[in-house]
Design a protein around this ligand. Structure first.
Ligand SMILES: Cc1ncc(COP(=O)(O)O)c(C=O)c1O
Length: 399
């Protein structure tokens, strides 16, 4: 380090604190490596890293140690060979579905009631790129089988617990159907979270998460992940390098922080959600409650089998007075729950699909799917359950 000796102040400050002083203790929180680039002090070594002949990091879009720590943790959690993180759930979905099927002209069979923005993206690809995507009711394996039989299919795309109506798909059965017809099965397990479901253990090839939701769980990070084989990871890395939607280290660090309490949070949310669902089911102002933990949920038995006795932290319900005015009165009267367009956070959040996630869906199509002007989606937080129920009762009194 001859250069260090005798360098002038202008140079010294520019080069200050490039490395952490070493110590024996292992940090209990992972290091946050914000560095965009990495200096190997050897062009040959850098060449090897760029050429994938040597493990290492060269530039932020190619991978960062902190994001890689999250990716390794996610792959271990899901039981897949690898995982890749993106700047949002949508970025993860767009990268994977395009790389897997759309770019090569492959056919996709997709669940009809997937998250509205994913459906909008698929419909845009149909319009603008001639993508071959057909939508089916994926809660009925026979309909999926028929759709897969119609033509050679590259990808079957489903959500394990669909947003916002909480319909459940049978991952093991659909994995068999997909594989029999030579298709890849990708499961968006955002609503279930890895606590309720690890789709790869049931035969799914690819697991997608909006990490923005349960995995981070603190309402302060946008992130998404694609977990699957080493081949999928290679294709995803190519996407992060060229499309540039790789998750930066600070967001990854926050996700790791959030993930450490995932199981605790989700168990508590599931317990409270079960109580909220039962309470609302007998409330005079409520017409219908959709919660997989209630025996009247159409896939209650499947949910019981597939999710290990937990049923999720989201409860969707319809007001008897199914009007926008009544829904607005309810939302404005909530004292505790935030009226916010996200879910899976520490705090309770309520979403009104008619003005948000399904705003662009025609009222007739919304009605066909089962969403009306009185439908509300409640994401249960970890607050005291008594306070959550009291908040709901207080707001319902104003409807
Ligand atoms: C099931 C599901 N998948 C994907 C997404 C998209 O994730 P993000 O908002 O992180 O882009 C969402 C967002 O609400 C979602 O609910």
């Amino acid at each position: 380090m001859g250069i260090e000796k005798g360098i002038r102040i202008g140079t010294r400050v520019v080069r200050s604190a490039r490395a952490l002083p070493s110590g024996d203790g292992i940090p209990v929180a992972p290091p946050l490596v914000q560095s965009v680039a990495f200096d190997y002090r050897s062009a040959a070594a850098q060449d090897e890293v760029f050429g994938n002949d040597r493990a290492g990091y060269v530039y932020g879009r190619y991978g960062t140690p902190t994001t890689a720590a999250l990716e390794i943790a996610l792959a271990e959690l899901e039981g897949t060979a690898a995982a890749t993180c993106f700047v949002s759930g949508m970025a993860a979905i767009a990268a994977f579905v395009d790389a897997c099927a759309v770019a090569g002209g492959g056919r996709i069979v997709a669940q009809e009631d997937i998250y509205g923005q994913v459906r909008a993206l698929f419909e845009r690809w149909i319009r603008e790129r001639g993508a071959k995507i057909i939508f089916v009711d994926a809660t009925d394996p026979r309909k999926v089988e028929a759709a897969l039989r119609e033509a050679p299919t590259t990808l079957l795309y489903i959500e394990a617990m669909a947003n916002p109506l909480l319909r459940i798909t049978d991952v093991a059965a659909l994995a068999k159907l997909a594989h029999t017809s030579g298709a890849t099965l990708a499961v968006d397990a955002t609503f279930a979270s890895p606590v309720l479901l690890r789709p790869a253990t049931l035969g799914a090839d690819v697991v997608i998460h909006s990490l923005t939701k349960y995995v981070n769980g603190h309402g302060d990070v946008m992130a998404g992940s694609v977990a699957g084989s080493a081949e999928v990871a290679k294709a995803m890395r190519d996407r992060t390098i060229l499309d540039g939607a790789y998750l930066p280290p600070h967001e990854a660090w926050l996700c790791i922080r959030g993930m450490r309490t995932l199981e605790l949070r989700v168990r508590r949310q599931c317990e409270t959600a079960q109580r909220v669902a039962r309470h609302l089911a007998s409330h005079p102002k409520i017409a219908r409650v959709r919660y997989p933990g209630l025996p009247d949920h159409p896939q209650h038995e499947l949910a019981k089998r597939q999710f290990g006795g937990l049923f999720g932290g989201v409860v969707t319900f319809d007001l008897k007075d199914a009007t926008k005015a009544a829904a607005f009165r309810f939302l404005d009267a909530l004292q505790l729950a935030a009226s916010a367009t996200t879910l899976g956070d520490l705090f309770s959040e309520v979403l009104y699909p008619a003005i948000s996630s399904h705003r662009r869906v025609a009222p007739e199509e919304r009605a066909r799917l089962g969403i009306n002007e009185g439908t509300l989606r409640f994401s249960v937080g970890i607050e005291d359950p008594d306070d959550i129920v009291a908040d709901l009762d207080g707001a319902l009194a104003k409807v």
